[in-house]
Ligand binder design. Sequence first.
Ligand SMILES: O=P(O)(O)OC[C@@H](O)[C@H]1O[C@@H](OP(=O)(O)O)[C@@H](O)[C@@H](O)[C@@H]1O
Ligand SMILES: [Mg+2]
Ligand SMILES: [Zn+2]
Length: 189
Amino acid sequence: MSHSSKLVILDRDGVINRDSDAYVKSLDEWVPYPTAIEAIARLSRAGWTVAVATNQSGIARGYYSKSVLESMHQRLRELVRQAGGEIAHIAYCPHGPDDGCDCRKPLPGLLEEIRQALGLETLADSWMVGDSLRDLQAGEPMGCRPVLVRTGKGRRTEAKGEGLSQAMIFDDLAAYVDWLLATEADSAD
Ligand SMILES: O=P(O)(O)OC[C@@H](O)[C@H]1O[C@@H](OP(=O)(O)O)[C@@H](O)[C@@H](O)[C@@H]1O
Ligand SMILES: [Mg+2]
Ligand SMILES: [Zn+2]
């Protein structure tokens, strides 16, 4: 399998860090999965580009500010850098469900932002990894390959079963990265 763009786009809550039905409202509530940080670093070291696409309606809802959100993203960048990797771009939607924006997943606006930020012609054959159906739906019109992880809301999403016929499913981000890097190694032989 050739990976021309070698790009993996990650949902944030429930993939990189613990999610909460009460929203992740502060830096203290932003608890990364240690294996996810390590997995992102492994992707970087293997020459993959990693980006993040996250809905953050908690801003529109007044639960936290953009500067609090930015402090979470600074922490994320720091942890990944300490692990030997980097995150190329973090795209977020600060809007609420009724704001009529074009960047709230399942719309593809965040992925279009990433495509432009990375100067890519297309996101076809990149990967979109999420714990909710809307994450995978956002990647579909952009040609991203869908991956569901069982962390965060992933098991609930899997149990609902709808819209997952094209998705690969893994227990967590680390398991997906194990698979991806092993597959790449095979195809390089
Ligand atoms: O998984 P990502 O996209 O990184 O972020 C999801 C969060 O913004 C929040 O999204 C909310 O959905 P609504 O925005 O209220 O529909 C709820 O699902 C919360 O539990 C969740 O923490
Ligand atoms: Mg999520
Ligand atoms: Zn938006």
